[in-house]
Design a protein around this ligand. Structure first.
Ligand code: NAP
Length: 262
């Protein structure tokens, strides 16, 4: 029997990442777990090794730190057993845009975008050469909704969705599958870590339900998976509306409404 690819999961110490670790271990995949909290990942790994018998490596890293990120990139580049990357580590930032600190914004962008695109690039280049592999990027519905008032967080997640769509366009012909998962509010530690007020949220999805739904989308090889969205045609219509603009983008002349009156 051919061996299943190993899965490298960032943000595997809690929430969505830890749940992906559980599910892929139960499917028989060896794992490489990445996050800052090594002790927490060790505890998860011990349980999963015992329950499933898969091999699990722990790679503690702060993905906002270049040297740590470089170690994860090297592992992805050199370890040819890894055939699935789950780009999941991420954080949110509470407060109003004009009151957030530049340092907090920079850290968020480093974690939610720079680390994601660097790891995706390293994985994609090896997977494309091999002609197979999969990359799961965890975005968010917040990236579709500027009205939520989570401006920087939403912008980083819009980046992840666009990145995934563009990667699909470029990499599907090379045998690499890319999925963007867009959760809505899900019950994890992300809220308390960001000091966010959850009192106005009347409902949150359970993390196991979110990950199991995302895996249905993964098994179907969907590009975009939005677990709570009942009507999939709404996303398709949204894409069709975007694509309907493409011919207009090719015009050499400014549109009539922008022509200065002579
Ligand atoms: N929960 C939601 O409502 C929701 C909705 C939409 C999208 N998402 C996305 O889902 C992903 C997972 O979040 P979650 O909800 O599962 O939250 P979570 O429980 O807070 O998990 C975040 C994970 O990222 C890791 N992490 C945080 N900062 C890191 C750093 N600097 N370097 C390395 N790892 C770091 C954390 O581990 P350590 O602290 O050990 O480093 C943890 O394992 C995120 O990308 C988030 O934006 C969540």
């Amino acid at each position: 029997m051919t061996k299943l690819p190993s899965v490298l999961i960032t943000g595997a110490s809690s929430g969505i990442g830890a749940t992906y670790a559980d599910r892929f271990a139960r499917r028989g995949h060896d794992l490489v777990l990445v996050a800052r909290d090594g002790a927490r990942m060790e505890a998860l790994a011990a349980r999963l090794r015992q329950d499933t018998g898969v091999a699990i490596d722990i790679l503690p890293a702060d993905l906002t730190q270049r040297e740590d990120l470089a170690r994860v990139e090297a592992r992805l580049r050199e370890d040819e057993t890894i055939g699935i990357l789950i780009n999941n580590a991420g954080a949110a930032l509470s407060g109003a845009f004009d009151e957030q600190s530049l340092d907090d914004i920079e850290r968020l962008v480093a974690l939610n975008t720079t680390a994601v695109v660097r790891l995706a690039n390293v994985a994609a280049s090896r997977f494309a050469k091999a002609g197979s592999g999969a990359i799961i990027n965890i975005a968010s519905v917040v990236g579709l909704v500027p009205e939520f008032g989570q401006t920087v967080y939403g912008a980083t997640k819009a980046f992840v969705t666009f990145l995934s769509q563009g990667m699909t366009h470029e990499l599907a012909p090379k045998g690499v599958y890319v999925q963007a998962v867009l959760p809505a509010a899900t019950a994890t530690e992300i809220w308390q870590r960001a000091g966010a007020d959850t009192s106005t949220l009347h409902t949150m999805m359970r993390v196991d339900e979110l990950v199991d739904a995302a895996l249905v989308g993964f098994d179907r090889r969907e590009t975009i998976t939005i677990p709570p969205l009942p009507d999939a045609a709404q996303w398709d219509n949204y894409q069709a509306a975007r694509q309907a603009m493409l011919p207009g983008f090719g015009n050499a002349r400014a549109a009539e409404r922008y022509r200065a009156a002579s």
